[in-house]
Design a binder for this molecule. Structure first.
Ligand code: ATP
Ligand code: MG
Length: 436
């Protein structure tokens, strides 16, 4: 008879999503010193906790913990985009000069943030800073008659922007993934109903991301027939925008467009508004026929007459959202992640090298992962208890579960919410029940 060794951890690692990690295996380490070249809190905390890697100013990579968070943020957004009928695509970063000439956007005098490059034969190319022109050109292949509209397309795609300033950590970078959605409608009323639907979807997204209370739909510049666009602005001193907010109505006006006219249009009185710094985490634009005129995107209506497609664009920057969450929700001990986007739900700490403690922690870890509960297991034997606690606060998982001689003597595992001061000891089964 052969001896069959069944390693549950390996089994789960290769058969399901890796919802767990041993900290002893994690290649990233937390850093004690605050990086000197970073002035923004989000970059300081994310670098110290090992979520991101800095390649250069304004350019960051995402490490295992950070990648988990950014993918979860993307999934919250993706779910809502699918609910409004969005179809996901990815367009290329390399862009043809000809695509951007009809709207004058190839011109450096019009757009000063291009990263441009060349083929070996000197043909000019650009790295996309957005995709309106590219998607309009593409849709000429697919929108022919009124039966082909309305349509909503979206992507999570890397944009390149030669931003002048890059002092806000991951909130303003020169390479970043944007969720950009584009709408194609037959007429203004169809466009407006889609625009409203997406505005609602955005509100839902920022609620789910834990920013609902401090996010204001803000009237801003841009937009064709309505003259204005709407930005989703999160109140934070780390933001680069200035807005005037009406707390009760949950509305704001961007300083760029603040005027008596807008006040009366929105039926707001200046005395009810409060000035605040804010971070633009998303925006929705009415493009009208700007792109369909320039690139000739039309459809044949029921009478066989050619009509211009009405367009809208809708952006969110997942990394800016992540940075904004760190800026607004963290405390003096570290990051505090909302539960649905935390890298792991539970940070399980085994304290000391007592065999019974190690065995109990291992067993808890295995049972939690069998139930698909996300666990980061601090199984490092050479690290002091104090450092383990500090790391748990810095990394910011919603729940810290400690296994120690003391907790076992008290009947189980000690659990504490990241924001709570008091902990509680529970038998494993009772602890598990809280997460099922
Ligand atoms: P901003 O006014 O902050 O420069 P924008 O108005 O140019 O941004 P859009 O081009 O509409 O922004 O981009 C859509 C979303 O992408 C923004 O709401 C923001 O969340 C995100 N975003 C824009 N620029 C950056 C950047 N440099 N780094 C990270 N995210 C960004
Ligand atoms: Mg803007």
């Amino acid at each position: 008879m052969g001896c069959f060794y069944f390693d549950k951890e390996l089994y789960f690692r290769y058969t399901s999503r890796t919802n767990y990690m041993r900290q002893s295996q994690l290649f990233t380490k937390t850093i004690k010193e605050t990086p000197k070249d970073e002035t923004s809190l989000n970059a300081q905390l994310l670098l110290k906790a090992g979520f991101v890697y800095k390649e250069m100013a304004g350019v960051y990579g995402f490490l295992p913990l950070g990648l988990r968070v950014i993918k979860k943020i993307e999934n919250v957004i993706r779910t809502e985009m699918n609910k409004v009928g969005g179809q996901e695509i990815t367009l290329s970063s390399l862009q043809n000069k000809e695509t951007w000439e009809p709207t004058n956007q190839w011109d450096d005098a019009e757009v000063d943030i291009w990263f441009k490059t060349k083929l070996k034969n000197d043909t000019e190319l650009g790295l996309a800073f957005t995709h309106e022109a590219a998607i309009t050109k593409m849709m000429k292949n697919y929108i022919l008659s009124y039966r082909d509209v309305p349509k909503l397309l979206y992507q999570f795609q890397t944009k390149f922007r030669n931003e002048v300033r890059a002092k806000s950590g991951i909130m303003r970078t020169r390479e970043f993934v944007m969720k950009d959605m584009y709408s194609f409608s037959r007429n203004i009323s169809e466009h407006e109903s889609l625009y409203e639907k997406i505005k609602q979807a955005y509100t839902e997204i920022f609620n789910q991301l834990g920013l609902g209370d401090i996010t204001y739909i803000t009237t801003a510049s841009g937009g064709v027939f309505s003259k204005f666009s709407h930005e989703f602005q999160v109140v934070t001193d780390a933001g680069e925008d200035t807005i005037y907010i009406h707390k009760e109505k949950k509305l704001a006006i961007n300083k760029e467009v603040f005027s008596k006219d807008i006040l009366s249009e929105l039926e707001l009185s200046e005395t009810d508004l409060v000035e605040s710094k804010a971070s633009e985490v998303g925006n929705i634009f009415n493009l009208g026929t700007r792109f369909s005129d320039a690139l000739d995107l039309t459809y044949l209506d029921e009478q066989g007459d050619s009509q211009k497609v009405i367009m809208g664009s809708y952006g969110i920057g997942p990394a800016r959202v992540m940075g904004t969450i760190v800026e607004t929700l963290s405390d003096d001990r570290g990051i505090v992640w909302p539960e649905n986007i935390a890298p792991y739900t539970i940070h399980l700490l085994a304290l000391g090298n007592n065999e019974e403690v190690i065995a109990a922690a291992q067993s808890a870890y295995t049972k939690l992962l069998e139930k698909n509960i996300e666990v980061l297991f601090d199984d490092r034997s050479e690290i002091s208890n104090g450092e383990k606690f500090k790391d748990a606060d810095l990394i910011g998982c919603p729940f810290r579960v400690v296994v120690s001689e003391k907790s076992l003597a008290a009947g189980g595992l000690e659990i504490k919410g990241r924001k709570e001061e008091k902990s509680e000891v529970l038998a494993f089964d009772n602890l598990l029940a809280r997460f099922l």
